[in-house]
Design a protein. Structure first.
Lengths: 272, 282
């Protein structure tokens, strides 16, 4: 995000602190994320050209597509790290484009984001990384925070690595910690940017199972950007292929397999 | 034979119509860096504004500020003290021979103390901290930027301008005067050691002679100057780090440009502030 883009959000008041973690999960099985006519360009290059997508609460949508088609940009628009040129983004019924920083941060508390390379804070330990959002946005005591961190680490199978630094753990473990951090505030929407990228097939499978388990436990809406068709098939209820700035096809795995679109056929063949 | 006669006709006929495009190219090559500098300065202004706005809002990130005070202050102390000591010893040895030549050997303590407190201490501290801290901040924030850690902070609903930039800038501002005092202290001590090894003089007498003519304003003005040095080092280091692009090469570039630019602006600020100080504290 460029400095002028950051200015739009950071010009606004700082976020307030909520007393405890409210489960920001869906109150009803409604629409968790709705994108309407989303456009985004970087200079002369149009990345998104009127994207429309809907993700219901409890559903997992996998976004597929070639590199550079704006999949990660789409996630960054939803979390407010970038601003769309035009279009509408509704998160749990609330329009987020043009929100001030305070309101945006309130929305961000309802969303968890797993970055492509986990993006753990390398000066902090695993425990401090997961406690970071808890410390900022809740009034939990130190022992409550510690319990919550232990609970989250146990849920991703890493309860013994509290004091380790991110540089001391493997890529797969970093993804697990990143996932635990994304779930710290019990979000209603989980955004996952290539959760299995750079991992071996066995670890990828473990991460997929973990995402499925956590998604079912927390009944969140999840949007997963991935190149891994096998992973998408495992964890997603629906798949969407992004091509030339727009959604080329959207549906179940079988729908994509049956498609007679040349690009979709090529895409499915290459990944099968 | 004229000079033109020796130039082939083909070249002359090509040169004449190219003159305007050559001028355009020259103007463009001159304008481009100037335009780049203006853009950089404008972005720095926006960045400074964001940091100032973030600074006045809660939470004030006290724990992170304390960590940065330790990182920037305590960990720079050995290097600053060593630089101060070396400068003090060299100044003492160099000044001694000059003063002896003019029969003013007794002026050595005063000359040493005056030059260290007024100029050598502040500028040496400024440049040493520019190197150590400027590079550190530029590389750390640059690395955080390219690995999306700054995005992750923002996605967590925390303002990175406050958490990362404000704390480091304030730590630089608060620590520079203290580090300068340390450089002054070690400079004067090692200046005395160098002097007393040649011509023994007690430390008390050295200090008494050295500080005989100094007033409060002799300390106030250089201290104010180092606050500005701290602001420059912190601001430029954070700015260069947070605008990093292009992976590891970009991180290296940010670290280098942080050191180069902060050192350059510390030297420029020194010149301007010395002039201002001489106006207000003649």
């Amino acid at each position: 995000m460029t400095l002028p883009e950051q200015q739009i959000l950071l010009d606004m008041p700082e976020s307030s602190v909520t007393p405890t973690i409210e489960n920001s999960g869906p109150k009803s099985d409604g629409q968790a994320v709705v994108l309407r006519g989303l456009h985004k360009s970087f200079g002369p290059q149009t990345v998104l050209n009127g994207v429309n997508l809907t993700v219901n609460s409890g559903d997992t949508l996998a976004i597929l597509g070639r590199s550079g088609t704006g999949k990660s940009v789409l996630l960054k628009l939803i979390i407010g790290l970038q601003q769309p040129d035009s279009g509408s983004i509704l998160v749990q019924g609330q329009e987020i484009t043009g929100l001030d920083l305070q309101a945006m941060n309130e929305i961000r508390k309802k969303m968890g984001f797993l970055f492509q390379n986990a993006a753990l804070y390398d000066s902090l330990t695993v425990e401090q990384n997961i406690a970071f959002p808890l410390k900022r946005h809740t009034k939990m005591t130190k022992s409550e925070r510690r319990d919550r961190v232990k609970e989250l680490l146990a849920s991703v199978g890493m309860e013994g690595d509290l004091k380790k630094k991110p540089s001391d753990i493997s890529g797969g473990m970093q993804k697990r910690v990143g996932l635990a951090r994304a779930l710290a505030l019990k979000p209603g929407v989980l955004l996952l940017d290539e959760p299995t990228a750079g991992l071996d097939p066995i670890t990828s499978g473990e991460i997929d199972e973990l995402i499925l388990k956590l998604q079912e436990e927390n009944h969140m809406a999840a949007i997963v950007v991935t190149h891994d068709l096998q992973s998408a098939k495992t964890i997603a209820d629906r798949l969407a292929i992004l091509h030339e700035g727009n959604v080329l096809i959207e549906g179940g795995f079988e729908d994509l397999e049956k498609s007679d679109n040349k690009f979709v056929m090529e895409f499915m063949k290459r990944d099968s | 034979m004229s000079h033109n006669a020796s130039i082939p006709h083909r070249l002359i006929s090509q040169d004449v119509p190219q003159a305007p495009s050559l001028m355009r190219a020259t103007l463009s090559s001159l304008w481009s860096p100037f335009n780049g500098f203006l853009e950089w300065f404008g972005e720095l202004g926006i960045f400074a504004w964001q940091v100032m706005r973030a600074a006045v809002r809660r939470p004030f990130e006290g724990r992170e500020l304390l960590r940065q005070l330790d990182e920037i202050g305590s960990k720079s102390l050995p290097l600053v003290a060593l630089a101060g000591a070396a400068i003090g010893a060299v100044l003492s040895l160099e000044s001694r021979s000059s003063l002896v030549r003019f029969g003013a050997k007794s002026m050595l303590p005063a000359a040493l103390v005056f030059s260290i407190i007024h100029e050598t201490g502040p500028i040496v501290t400024g440049l040493v901290v520019s190197g150590r801290v400027g590079a550190g901040i530029g590389a750390e924030l640059g690395s955080m930027k390219v690995t999306e850690q700054i995005d992750a902070i923002e996605a967590s609903g925390v303002n990175p301008y406050k958490y990362l930039a404000f704390t480091r800038i304030v730590a630089c501002i608060l620590m520079l005067p203290l580090l300068t005092l340390a450089a002054d202290l070690f400079g004067i001590m090692f200046g005395w050691i160098a002097d007393t090894l040649i011509d023994p003089i007690s430390f008390t007498k050295f200090i008494h002679h050295g500080f005989g003519g100094t007033t409060f304003s002799d300390f106030l003005a250089p201290t104010f100057r180092t606050l500005v040095f701290g602001l420059i080092i912190g601001m430029i280091g954070c700015f260069q780090g947070m605008r990093t692009r292009g992976g590891t090469a970009g991180v290296g570039l940010s670290a280098t440009s942080s050191v180069v630019l902060s050192s350059l602006f510390v030297i420029l600020a020194d010149v301007v502030l010395v002039k201002l100080i001489l106006v207000f504290f003649p």
